[in-house]
Design a protein around this ligand. Structure first.
Ligand code: TXA
Ligand code: MG
Length: 303
């Protein structure tokens, strides 16, 4: 079933039931090497999932849970291999959404859930996005309204010597560094990615997307073009079939919350191309630019 979290909608299954988890892969059309985040409603559920809770994890949990921070830790034998794609680690988070927390409590066990989109496509931030993408494939969609954070959680690996950022997300790197000191930022993906969020092409609309760096947007040049801006322009740019801005005044948190909904709308506007303005890479701007770069690389094969 699909359910809201503060970041994006998730597609959930009993984390201890490998058959239920396999259904998620089926519905998403997701490659098997892809590990899934396990969601809990209380840090007291952690010992069922992870073998040890290092001090850095304790401090981060204290400060940022519930919230958009996923921690990668050594897994217990109870976590099925299908959840972790055979990795010896498991990614865990406690979401800050009342509906997600109520669902996990009602389930009485941890809920494994990726974002509720077909593999490689834009993540859903409304129940209506889920319905449009997965209608007929899911039994139930819990509608909790639009997701307030709007980009996926930040994924932090705590199993190496230094905390390592695997995916920028809804919690800013700067905030994490205030608690644990310098964080290593993982770079180029390997053949077998630790985190599919690290794939170069991901989170993509079907319409080709180009990121432009300046205040001066490209010329649509006779094409049916869409324009995605950070802030409301003083004048409506001429020649575009669709113009969207992520935040009235260019606030990055507000922009992150609106990003996927704006991309969904543009992707449905029957455009030849989408021009997206680059945003400053500070705070949530890091997650926004990460998603825009991946969207620019085009849809993933077969999705
Ligand atoms: O905000 C979110 O994180 C949303 C909501 C539903 O919680 N979920 C989400 O899940 O974005 P998904 O499956 O779309 O992305 C999970 C990310 C992937 O990049 C995956 O590779 C990484 O977490 N991940 C999961 N388990 C991992 C592990 N054991 N080691 C490294 N990365 C892992
Ligand atoms: Mg996803």
């Amino acid at each position: 079933m699909a359910f809201p979290t503060e970041t994006v909608y998730g597609l959930g299954a009993d984390a201890f039931n490998p058959i239920a988890v396999a259904r998620i892969f089926e519905v998403k059309n997701r490659p098997e090497f892809d590990p899934i985040i396990v969601h809990i409603a209380d840090p007291a559920q952690l010992p069922d999932l992870v073998r040890e809770i290092p001090d850095t994890a304790r401090r981060l949990i204290e400060k940022f849970w519930p919230g958009p921070l996923t921690l990668v830790l050594p897994k217990t034998a109870r976590v099925p291999d299908i959840v972790t794609a055979g990795l010896p680690t498991v990614a865990v988070r406690m979401p800050a959404h009342p509906v997600a927390l109520a669902l996990i409590r009602a389930a009485g066990r941890p809920v494994a859930a990726p974002s509720a989109n077909p593999f490689g496509y834009l993540s859903p931030t409304t129940a209506e996005h889920v319905l449009a993408q997965l209608d007929g494939k899911v039994d139930l969609i819990l509608d909790g309204g639009p997701c307030p954070v709007g980009v996926e959680s930040t994924v932090l690996d705590l199993t190496a010597g230094v905390p390592t950022l695997l995916r920028p997300g809804g919690l800013a790197l700067e905030e994490i560094e205030q608690v644990v000191g310098p964080v290593r930022v993982a770079t180029a993906p390997s053949d077998r990615p630790k985190s599919p969020g690290q794939l170069e092409r991901h989170y993509s609309p079907r319409t080709p997307l180009v990121v432009f760096p300046d205040r001066n947007h490209p010329d649509p040049a006779g094409r049916r073009a869409g324009l995605l801006l950070l802030a409301r322009p003083s004048q409506r740019p001429a020649g575009f079939a669709a113009v969207e801005w992520l935040s009235e005044a260019g606030d990055l948190r507000e922009a992150a919350a609106n990003l996927f909904a704006a991309l969904h709308r543009l992707d449905r506007a029957d455009l030849d191309i989408i021009y997206a303005q680059a945003v400053p890479e500070v705070g949530l701007g890091r997650a926004i630019m990460d998603r825009l770069r991946k969207a620019a690389a085009g849809p993933v094969d077969g999705s």
